[in-house]
Design a binder for this molecule. Structure first.
Ligand code: ATP
Length: 136
């Protein structure tokens, strides 16, 4: 069997994932990339979205990532993100509330609304809901 690659996902608040993987697939800024053991080292910023990996038992695992970058080494993928949660940890009601709040802000005429900030919040909430409500 092929060697495993370590996957670690950390935010300023917590260690979200520390596991062994057969493969890690991450939402790179220039497109999704996969990393297997022995990969050439590189760094990449990540888009808001889903990182997935296959664990030692062959089970596919999903992690929401926002504001992150990844360091890929031959034996380890380290992700540092502003926020991250495993699929099972996503609070669906909270994400729905965040989505509605962001939508209202984007529709408002209020000049004080920070559009970029509202768009980023909308994006985070949409990806969280998409992942939490997906099968698997
Ligand atoms: P909210 O407005 O609900 O705080 P947000 O997108 O602004 O959403 P973030 O800044 O991305 O939140 O994350 C702040 C912290 O809250 C992080 O630790 C993140 O993991 C957690 N978090 C945010 N939304 C959810 C959610 N729907 N389910 C679980 N954890 C969440």
């Amino acid at each position: 069997m092929a060697d495993k690659i370590k996957i670690e996902v950390v935010t300023p608040e917590k260690l979200v994932v520390s596991d062994d993987a057969e493969i890690v697939v991450a939402p790179g800024a220039l497109g999704e990339f996969g990393a297997l053991s022995g990969h050439t080292p590189f760094l990449s910023t990540l888009k808001t979205g889903t990182l997935r990996y296959v664990d030692s038992n062959g089970k596919e695992r999903y992690v929401f990532i926002s504001g992150g970058f990844a360091e890929v080494l031959p034996d380890k993928v380290s992700v540092l993100a502003e926020s991250a949660e495993r699929k099972s940890e996503i609070d669906i009601d909270r994400a729905r509330t965040a989505l509605e709040r962001a939508e209202k802000r984007l529709q408002s005429d209020d000049k004080d609304i920070d559009i970029n900030r509202a768009q980023s919040a909308l994006e985070r909430a949409s990806y969280r809901l998409k992942l939490a409500e997906a099968d698997g």
